[in-house]
Design a protein around this ligand. Structure first.
Ligand code: SF4
Length: 73
């Protein structure tokens, strides 16, 4: 499975869950608000395998619905 990951910063409440749980994909933008890591391509990056599966799980756990994770071909 491959997924495209992004964060809607306007919805993020800076709870830290995503970058605590999956620091390979998400990071603190500096003010607690999450962003997709520049290392993996930043907003809209495509990831696969176990990281993609974890991103899907974390997306469901985000309390504010700020994580946007879409399956791609
Ligand atoms: S889990 Fe959601 S609300 Fe919490 S820091 Fe990540 S994007 Fe923001």
């Amino acid at each position: 499975m491959k997924v495209k990951v992004s964060v809607d910063a306007d919805l993020c409440t800076a709870c830290a869950l995503c970058y605590d749980e999956l620091p390979e994909v998400y990071e603190d933008a500096g003010d607690g608000i999450a962003k997709v890591k520049d290392d993996i391509g930043g907003d809209g990056a495509v990831i696969e395998g176990e990281l993609a599966e974890r991103a899907m799980e974390i997306t469901e756990e985000c309390p504010s619905g700020a994580l946007v994770t879409e399956e791609v071909e």
